[in-house]
Structures are given as structure tokens and as C-alpha cells.
Design a protein around this ligand. Structure first.
Ligand SMILES: O=P(O)(O)O[C@@H]1[C@@H](OP(=O)(O)O)[C@H](OP(=O)(O)O)[C@H](O)[C@H](OP(=O)(O)O)[C@H]1OP(=O)(O)O
Ligand SMILES: Nc1ncnc2c1ncn2[C@@H]1O[C@H](COP(=O)(O)OP(=O)(O)OP(=O)(O)O)[C@@H](O)[C@H]1O
Ligand SMILES: [Zn+2]
Length: 456
């Protein structure tokens, strides 16, 4: 008989976190079917068509069917959860490396189960997430996937501690497309993350600028990676979380968080007792070495960067191919003056449809690679343990050895219609950065008086 979760089963699932689009719960019951698994439930926006347009997952449009036609099971799927699952498995898995992607399985649920979950978790969710969206109780299935805060040990090693980090690295390169307008040239020298921070601060979405620089993390240099980990630790926002045996020990559950103060630092240091040996009295220092060493050793970010770089033309080029694809007049060229037209953008309107399709498809894949997260789970191990199926690293200063496993999460398909929003957000980010960081701010004007507060 097909498994279906009912109202009573909601008691076995505990809130683990959420993003803009999904709620994630960990299993706490005793069924072997779900041990070591999490459940990912799609949310629906509470109000306003704008939020719904952004966050509700797509029922594929005709153009989206064309874009993803090679993934046959994906375009044949009627249900959003199945679309997401096939997309992660068939499109993103081969690009990022199948061993890093587990798309999960679909399990049927009753409406009463979803209502039970909604009721149970509301009090634990960040209030701004509660205001924005709720469990979509209309769905009839959810995704069950491995819990990456649990190390998938077998045999005698079961039961030991599992340390796990989650990193949302964001975009790791500077664009160089010739379609970037002269007035936006700053994009070629300042990272998107840094510029977006200025807009987020201006809009009061964050309370301070992150120290983190994605270009350090993706640099391939161990020193710069180490610096990036230290900066993520100081200002985690929604880019860094640490779990010990499934419990959050650093970062914000369900969203971002403000900077790490000395109390948090001490609590974190204490939590690492019994898991990680200290370097000159500091377990946190050993921890940072461990993460930098592992990210470097795995090479996984090199692969992620390649996928991010499928965005060859930048949104300023892609937007024209998008209008070709949806057969609408180009809203950008409409506003271009002669100087900008000479820039070559209009040439993009005479390319064959196949080329427009490829440009847009690659851009959407890159957008997912710029927004996904990476989870690394660690289990302390020793030299006696030979022939492990997992890779291992040593902390340079203590020589302590850990098995590790890397996984990507949040590889959801981005809706085609989001391309117009990407263009608008890009313009907003550059405008804000040019004014606040480069212009008026440098001359001493208050940063917050120039731009109206806006959604990011
Ligand atoms: O546009 P960005 O770079 O701000 O990314 C959005 C993320 O914001 P961030 O800046 O990482 O805090 C945003 O994350 P938060 O909600 O801020 O945690 C989402 O990941 C959003 O994706 P989607 O709408 O759920 O498909 C992300 O939207 P996409 O642009 O990736 O579609
Ligand atoms: N397989 C997993 N194992 C452990 N924790 C997970 C797993 N998948 C998700 N999580 C936790 O749940 C949180 C939300 O998941 P996810 O990023 O998939 O949500 P989302 O709504 O799709 O995000 P976004 O805002 O980027 O669209 C993650 O930040 C992570 O902490
Ligand atoms: Zn155009």
C-alpha cells in the first residue's frame, strides 16, 4: 500500500528551517522509513500577487517546456513537487556532480497533515517569514530527502557526533559581458554580493554590511578561503549556519541573523567541546581551519563556479533574448537612446530562436547556482578506520581527522518570468551602489536620504 502521511504523523516532524519558498522539518519519530531524513514542504505567499509571482513554483509555461524539453520526465510532470525533483536530478545533478545532489523522493500527505504542521511550527518561525507565507495545504505530496546534518555513517561508527555547516556562497565571479552598459561598469569591479548589501542596508533588510566576500571563498587560495570562513562566522546573515547533531549552534534558523557577538562566540566555543580539538586554546580556530581545508580539498566550489559562469552575457544581455523567447516587444530597447543602441544590444534581437533559448536556459541554470546552498557534514574519524567510502581531511594544526560529505540543497527551478525582475533588481542594485557607496556617500552625504525604500 502506498505510504501517506496523516494528521497524527505531524507530531513526528520538527521545525528545521526555511527559505523564501520552502519549509523544512526534521524527523524525530521511530520509523526506519524516515530516520535521518528531512521533509521539504512548499509554501504559498499569504498576500499580494507580486510575492506569489516570485515565490510560487512554476507550473511550466509553454516556453518553459521548450527550455527544459531535454528533461522529458520534468516536462511531463503535472505536479510542482515532481517538477522540482526532476529538475534537481536531471538538470542540476549532471552539471554539479550527481554525488552532490540527492533530489529526494515524493511522499503523499493529507491536507490534515499539512494543517497540523502549519499549526505546530508557526511559533518557531521568524515572524517576517510567517507574515510572508504559509504551508501550502493544497498540495498532496512533499519531498523527503537526506538530513545533511546527520552524517550517513554505517556500522560501528554510528552514534558519534556530527558537525555540519551550511554555506550559501552566492555569486563567485565578476561579470565581463560587453552588454553591460557604461553607466553600470562598476559591476565589473565590485561583487554583486557587496553591491546588494548596500541596497539591503538601505532598505533595512539587514542591520550591518556583511564582511563576507564570495570572491575570497571561490578564489581557490586556501588563505582567502580561510578569511571567507572567518567573515561568514562574524557576519553569518543567511549565508552561514552550523549544526551539531541536528541542532543549530551558529546562525539564524529560518532566515538571516545579525553579527556574531562575544556571547555567541563563547557559546559556540563551548558547543564544540568533545567534537573538535583546540588550536592554541581555541576550538573555533580549529573549526575554521577544518571548513577552509574541506572546501579547498573537495574542489566543489570550482564546479559550482563553472555552472554560475553559464551566465555569459549578464542580465543586461539576457533580457533581450528573453523578450525574443516570449515574443514580446523588448522593454529595454524601447528605452534605449542611440548611444546605448550602438552598444550592440539590438543585435541580440536578430539571433535565431535556438540561440535565445540557450542564452535564457543557461542564465536560469546559473541563477540557481548563484542561489543554492552547500551543506558539509563531518564525522570525527581515526587512522584505524581505513577504506571509508567518504573523503577525509585533517585539521592542519591538530592533525585531527574527519570524514566529510558535501551536498547541494535548494536547486529549485527559477520561473522564466523572473527574468524581468532580475533585470529590475540589477538596475536597482547598481543605482543604489553608485549613489551610496561610490558617490554621495564618499562625499559625506547621509546614505539613506537619496533612494526611496524599496523591495530588494
Ligand atoms: O536575488 P537574490 O540574490 O537576493 O536571491 C534571492 C535570495 O535572497 P538573498 O540575497 O540570498 O538573501 C532569497 O533568499 P532569502 O529569502 O533572502 O533567504 C531566495 O533564495 C530567492 O530565491 P527564490 O525567490 O526563493 O527562488 C533568491 O532569488 P533569486 O534571485 O536567486 O531568484
Ligand atoms: N536536506 C537537508 N538537510 C538538512 N537541512 C536542510 C536540508 N534542506 C534544507 N535544509 C535546511 O532548511 C533551510 C531551508 O531550505 P531551502 O534552502 O531548501 O529553502 P528554500 O525556501 O528553497 O530557500 P530559498 O530562500 O533559497 O528559496 C536550509 O537553509 C537548511 O538550513
Ligand atoms: Zn532589446
Amino acid at each position: 500500500m502506498e505510504l501517506k502521511l496523516e494528521k497524527k504523523d505531524a507530531a513526528d516532524w520538527v521545525y528545521r528551517g526555511e527559505g523564501a519558498a520552502n519549509l523544512v522539518l526534521a524527523y524525530s519519530g521511530s520509523s526506519p522509513d524516515f530516520a535521518g531524513k528531512v521533509m521539504r514542504i512548499q509554501k504559498k505567499a499569504k498576500n499580494g500577487s507580486a510575492a506569489a509571482a516570485v515565490h510560487n513554483k512554476p507550473v511550466l509555461t509553454d516556453q518553459e517546456r521548450l527550455l527544459w524539453k531535454e528533461a522529458k520526465e520534468l516536462v511531463a510532470s503535472q505536479n510542482k513537487d515532481a517538477v522540482e525533483r526532476f529538475f534537481a536530478q536531471l538538470v542540476m545533478g549532471p552539471l554539479l556532480g550527481p554525488k552532490y545532489v540527492d533530489a529526494g523522493v515524493l511522499v503523499k500527505v493529507s491536507r490534515q497533515f499539512l494543517e497540523g504542521i502549519e499549526e505546530k511550527v508557526t511559533g518557531q518561525r521568524p515572524s517576517w517569514r510567517v507574515d510572508a507565507a504559509m504551508v501550502d495545504v493544497e498540495r498532496d505530496s512533499v519531498l523527503i530527502m537526506p538530513d545533511h546534518t546527520v552524517f550517513p555513517r554505517g556500522g560501528s561508527k554510528g552514534g558519534g557526533p556530527c558537525l555540519s555547516v551550511e554555506i550559501k556562497p552566492k555569486c563567485g565571479f565578476l561579470p565581463s559581458s560587453s552588454f553591460i552598459a557604461e553607466g553600470n561598469a562598476v559591476k565589473k569591479s565590485a561583487s554583486r554580493f557587496k553591491m546588494h548589501q548596500a541596497l539591503k542596508l538601505h532598505n533595512k533588510d539587514i542591520s550591518e554590511i556583511s564582511k563576507y566576500n564570495p570572491l575570497d571563498l571561490f578564489s581557490g587560495s586556501k588563505e582567502r578561503m580561510h578569511k571567507a570562513i572567518g567573515d561568514l562566522f562574524s557576519t553569518p546573515q543567511n549565508n552561514f549556519r552550523v549544526f551539531l547533531n541536528g541542532s543549530l549552534i551558529l546562525g539564524g534558523l529560518g532566515g538571516g541573523t545579525s553579527k556574531t557577538n562575544t556571547v555567541i562566540e563563547q557559546t559556540f566555543e563551548d558547543a564544540l567541546k568533545g567534537v573538535i580539538q583546540a588550536t592554541k586554546g581555541s576550538r573555533t580556530a580549529s573549526f575554521m581551519q577544518l571548513i577552509a581545508e574541506t572546501v579547498h580539498h573537495s574542489g566543489v566550489l570550482d564546479q559550482l563556479l563553472k555552472v554560475q559562469k553559464l551566465d555569459h552575457l549578464d542580465i543586461e544581455g539576457v533580457i533581450h533574448a528573453y523578450y525574443n523567447l516570449v515574443s514580446k516587444p523588448c522593454m529595454v530597447c524601447k528605452d534605449l537612446n542611440e548611444a546605448k543602441a550602438l552598444h550592440g544590444c539590438e543585435s541580440l534581437h536578430s539571433i535565431p530562436m535556438d540561440e535565445s533559448l540557450k542564452i535564457v536556459k543557461d542564465y536560469l541554470i546559473a541563477a540557481i547556482a548563484k542561489d543554492c546552498s552547500m551543506m558539509i557534514s563531518f564525522a570525527p574519524t581515526d587512522d584505524v578506520d581505513v577504506g571509508s567510502q567518504y573523503s577525509s581531511v585533517r585539521i592542519p594544526s591538530t592533525n585531527q581527522k574527519f570524514d566529510y560529505k558535501v551536498s547541494f540543497i535548494d536547486l529549485d527551478l527559477k520561473p522564466l518570468k523572473k527574468i524581468e525582475e532580475y533585470y529590475e533588481l540589477d538596475q536597482k542594485i547598481v543605482k543604489c551602489y553608485n549613489r551610496v557607496a561610490g558617490g554621495d556617500h564618499a562625499k559625506g552625504a547621509p546614505a539613506s536620504t537619496e533612494l526611496p525604500r524599496d523591495a530588494n
